[in-house]
Every structure is written in C-alpha cells, then in structure tokens.
Write a protein that binds this ligand. Sequence first.
Ligand SMILES: NC(=O)c1ccc[n+]([C@@H]2O[C@H](COP(=O)([O-])OP(=O)(O)OC[C@H]3O[C@@H](n4cnc5c(N)ncnc54)[C@H](OP(=O)(O)O)[C@@H]3O)[C@@H](O)[C@H]2O)c1
Length: 330
Amino acid sequence: MRTLIVGVGALGGTIATRGINASVPIWLATRRAETAAVLRKSGLRVSGIGGAAEARSVRVAAIEEYAKGDKFDLIVLATKAHDALEAAPSLARLLAPSGTLLCIQNGGVSQMLSERLGAEVVLGGLSNLGATMVEPGVYEQRNAGHLLIGEVAGGISDRAMNVAEALRPAMEMRVTANLRGAIWSKLLLNCSVTTIGALANQTMRGYMASAAGREVFGRTYDEALAVALASGTPPERMIVDPVPPHGDRGRWIDQILAHYGDIKPSMLQDFERGRRTEIDFINGYATEVGRKLGVGVAMNAAITAMAHRIEQGEVRPDPARLDDLLRLAG
Ligand SMILES: NC(=O)c1ccc[n+]([C@@H]2O[C@H](COP(=O)([O-])OP(=O)(O)OC[C@H]3O[C@@H](n4cnc5c(N)ncnc54)[C@H](OP(=O)(O)O)[C@@H]3O)[C@@H](O)[C@H]2O)c1
C-alpha cells in the first residue's frame, strides 16, 4: 500500500521511522521544503518505548512538491487538527482511485472531514501512543500505545482491516466498529482532565484538591457526556468507564486519577511554547455539537474562551482560572 504521511512531527515522525525501518512503502510530506531537505540529509531516528529504530534514506518533499501524478493508496494525515482541516481538501488530488485518507487527530476532525470529503474517502483514527519530537528527524516514543482506526459511520470494513495490516509493521494497530464512541471517550477526558489542567497550570491531582477544581471537572465532564449521548454516540469503554456511577463518584474519580492524575497536560506545553492549541476541536467541538443539539455547554464554552485568551497572552495558566471559569459559566 503506497503510503504518504503528511506531517512529520512527533506522531507522524515516529510512525514513519518505524514503518520505513520495517520496509513499509512510505513517502513523507512536510509543510516546508527546508524541513524536507533537513530530513533527507539527517534521516529519521526514534528511541524510547518500543526500542530504537532509524530510517537512513527517506523519500520526503514539501507537500506542494507532490504532483498530481503521485498517487497514494493511503494518506496518513498526522498534522495538528487545525492544519488537518486546512490541508485535507487539497490532498484528494494525491489519492489513488479508492484511496483512503486516515485522520489521527483527537476530537472531531475525522467526523468533520468525513462530512466534507465523503465517508468513502475518510477513515478515522485515534492514537494512544504518546510521542515527542526532540528535533526534526529525532523522535521519542513515550509509551506502548496503539493506533485505533475505524469507519466514522461505524462497523468493520475491509479497507480498515487492510490499512491496519499495512501499518502494523510500524505500530500496533487495532480496528474498532465504534470509532465515534472511542473518539468521544478520549474527548471526555481531553475536555476535562487535560484542558482544565492546562488552564489551571496543574495536574489533575493538583486541581482536584480544590473545591473549585472538583466542580469545574464535574460540570465539564457531565456536559461533554450529555453531548455525546445526545448525538447518539454511546462512548466506548476504554481504560475507565466513560459513564460515572450515580451517587458517590469517589472510586470512579480515583480510577481516573490513577491513570491520568499526574500527567502534565500536553496543552500546557502548547501554552508554554506559545503554540496554537487544539481547543476548538476538544472543548470547542463539544460546545459546537452541544449547541446544535440544544444541550447546555456553558462550562465547555467558558473553557474554550479562556484557552483562547491564554493563547493570545491576555491571561496566564494559573489555579485562579478555576474560579474564573465558575464565574464565567454561571
Ligand atoms: N504526539 C502525541 O503523542 C499524540 C498522541 C495522540 C494524539 N496526537 C494527535 O496527533 C496529531 C499530531 O500531533 P503531533 O504531536 O505529532 O503534532 P506535531 O509534533 O506538531 O506535528 C505536526 C506536524 O505537521 C506538520 N504540518 C502542519 N501542516 C502541514 C501541512 N500542511 N503539510 C505538511 N505538514 C504539515 C507540522 O510542521 P510545522 O512544524 O512546519 O508546522 C508538524 O511537523 C494532533 O492532532 C495530536 O492531538 C498526538
């Protein structure tokens, strides 16, 4: 399966290195020609969980250097969410007949692109493999996660099985019949655990020590869960049951804390580096879908607005943001 990976950052670079190392026919597309030149010279290296691997000779060019005649059976879109929405429409020209565009962003990207480009083109994916980019061409795999893929409309298809087979030498691949449910499960945690931690400049364990943190967490999670259920998508059970028990939630919260309580939120790193976050595809997506469906999303809307204010340098991530959110959401 001729495969083009678009976006050679933390995740794209890690998958590409392991795939090329295992002789998967992979080409790479960067945003800029200079980055492509650097990668052609340096090759790719990955270290960390899963062991070291390298790809000395890589076929890489800037995305606009790929001509209409370059056709791929599979394009893996490994950019951030906002870049994915921008780049995807022009990638159709590089797909072979019956080719597949696989989106691996968190949140609503695969759903949005499936609506825009057609369900027959777009396959959705979700990575629980964590990776970082040390510098262009050098990546570190942080855990032994996998890539879960599936049809946005649900069910198991031959093409999802074929794509999983093709990428299996690069990483552990799983196919789900309920991709949207899996996406919502991850989204529920991203909306609450990750985003709140980023705004408060704390881990989840840190902000759950305060009454304000517990209230913001509970309201954010419950709103996002109500949106998922109203959209007809029962979240799939991943590590923790996505539906909290009625009554005492103490044990359920302890389970979430045990898995995610001490992780530095990735969005906080985006704030620290002055990078655009994926907030519009996380709490912003829950807000947008909730409003369409008439579900109350005041806390997710307040979180989205607050994240934008931090991106613009108007306020800083700080525990005081928790009280701000309670005031804003009413
Ligand atoms: N990293 C993880 O552990 C992880 C885990 C789960 C999910 N994810 C999701 O996976 C996605 C990618 O994350 P990441 O951490 O790999 O991001 P990243 O390190 O920022 O990499 C994204 C790459 O895409 C490139 N890019 C942007 N627009 C492009 C275009 N039009 N054509 C070609 N390349 C383009 C960027 O190049 P420039 O630097 O030139 O902009 C960058 O190298 C995100 O949605 C993220 O939420 C990541």
